[in-house]
Ligand binder design. Structure first.
Ligand SMILES: C[S@@+](CC[C@H](N)C(=O)[O-])C[C@H]1O[C@@H](n2cnc3c(N)ncnc32)[C@H](O)[C@@H]1O
Length: 243
């Protein structure tokens, strides 16, 4: 028995690694999330057991403890258990918690990295998260810190040139208000909706007004001067498209 945590990538099913495809071909069971593209399941054998543990409208949302138990129970019964997660398993994916639970149960595991939406979504749109003379650093941060946490770790005073915020659309107004304590409201910002998927969309604005836009999830918020570089690239590509 071995559990392999696999990063499914940001959405486009072609953005999975070859190593992940090889592991999927040997799967007995696949336990998968909402943001893992279901087309990826086609790499698995026909008789694979599929267990969906994501959120669907009107259905009970499985708590992390329940998911951990499902992984452990299946690992005790099957040789090759795959835990398939959107993006990268260790970027806001609770992959570390699942591994610690496997260690508690003396179950072996492997981890196969995935293309995280934090970088994969901007890059696939041709948005460079670093750019010589414009941005030498980036920070990826949650926009939805666990509300039950007593000692908050997100203070929004990050000094990196580019800020990339995941899970931040629900709190976009309060988060951007906090960020404006440290950055100018005119700082360029954009939202990437459904990055790498057919319904992919980008919304431009600035720190002061991006919260007023109509935004559909999943989405990430990117803040920083790299967006001025991206606007040139975006205009070139759109001219090309309209030719
Ligand atoms: C629980 S986190 C998981 C992140 C994932 N492990 C990763 O590396 O991309 C979910 C958040 O990722 C972002 N996200 C995931 N897929 C996305 C996509 N295709 N386009 C835009 N944002 C995405 C959204 O901010 C969403 O709220």
């Amino acid at each position: 028995m071995v559990v392999t945590l696999i990063g499914a990538g940001p959405g486009d099913p072609d953005l999975i690694t070859l190593k992940a495809v090889k592991a999927l071909k040997k799967a007995d069971v696949i336990i998968y999330d909402r943001l893992a593209n279901e087309q990826i399941l086609e790499h698995a054998p026909e008789n694979v057991k599929l267990i969906y543990v994501g959120k669907k409208a009107g259905e009970h949302y499985k708590k992390q403890a329940e998911i951990n138990q499902i992984i452990v129970d299946n690992a005790k019964k099957y040789d090759n258990v795959i835990r398939l997660k959107g993006g990268d398993p260790f970027v806001f994916g609770r992959g570390g918690e699942e591994i610690l639970e496997l260690i508690n149960n003396n179950i072996d595991f492997n981890v196969i990295p995935g293309v995280t939406s934090a970088i994969g979504a901007p890059t696939s749109l041709n948005l460079p998260v670093t750019h010589r003379a414009v941005a030498t650093s980036f920070t990826v941060v949650t926009g939805h810190e666990d509300p039950t946490k007593i000692d908050k770790q997100v203070h929004w005073d990050y000094t990196a040139d580019t800020l990339i915020i995941l899970m931040g659309i629900g709190n976009i107004k309060s988060n951007t208000e906090e960020i404006m304590k440290y950055r100018d409201p005119d700082t360029p910002a954009c939202v990437i909706e459904s990055g790498t998927l057919p319904e992919e969309n980008v919304i431009f604005g600035n720190l002061g007004n991006i919260a007023e836009k109509e935004i559909h999830t999943p989405a990430i918020l990117v803040i920083g001067d790299v967006i001025n570089v991206y606007k040139k690239i975006y205009n070139f590509k759109n001219q090309k498209l309209s030719e």
